[in-house]
Design a protein around this ligand. Sequence first.
Ligand SMILES: [Zn+2]
Length: 319
Amino acid sequence: MFSKKVRSLFSHLAVSIYVYLHILLFSTSTFAHKPVGICNIGNSCYLNSIIQALYANEHLKTVILTVPNPDPLTQPTIYLLQQIFQSLERKDTACINISHLVQNPGNGDIYNGLQQDASETLQIILNTAFFEINNPAHPINFIFNIELETTIHCPHCGQETKKNETALTLPLPLSPRLSTSLTNFLAPPAISDYYCEFCWNYGVLSRINLTPSQTLILTLNRFEYKSGKMIKRNDKMEFPEELNICGHTYKLKCIIMHHGGYYSGHYYAFIKPLNSTTWFLCNDSSVRNVGSFNDIKQSCFGDGKSSLNAYILFFDLVL
Ligand SMILES: [Zn+2]
């Protein structure tokens, strides 16, 4: 029907269009950086959100993917994370199923079919991973651990006592702005339930010095005990995409959102993958590009009335 010349022209055109579309699709952040979804296996939205947050952490991803042959019996959490990270890395499916991995009895504290608190589960996963690696010099110990030096001043004898501890997350009191919460956390109001080591009178907690970690996890204290039961506080709280703390600059990389009350609710995560210019909403199996931080921030801050608001923030140190 067509001459050889026309057929050749068509085939060149088809190849050119294919190459053009390929470059277009994979050079844009949407396709190159779009995370893979994680199927909900029954009340697992809290776990799916945490896994997306941990996988988006380049330091942790490198550490987990390079643990040589973790044993599913003695290192169930490392094994679980490595298997999931490998699946997410392959990007050969729109949504991965983790049910066979979380059924390992060694991971009973991470998933048991019931909705759990994302912040508590996050700490269980990280603490178990540290325990399973069992090497204080291993890089995994330096990603999240925040060093806190608490100073207690004694008004009776004038002495100061210092206490050093490490924390995986900073539990921040709610206030209209994150900077105020951090200031309140680091310079707490006088609390007189600390004993002075010198005269055994009550001392006063005067300040907390903080040596920040590579990744700073901030948990907003939205859940509290009131009138005999746990409630969720939906105060509006604004936070920046870039944070300066103790002379260090941090960039926001992940926001775990919570919608609902203490006893029931739904979690999802906003993720900004490495080198991506846009944010992605990871809601179990559904993943989509949601644009810039300005496009999502109002829903993250909350409006003070709705029960949809940010719960855990992950900031990465800018070197
Ligand atoms: Zn004293």
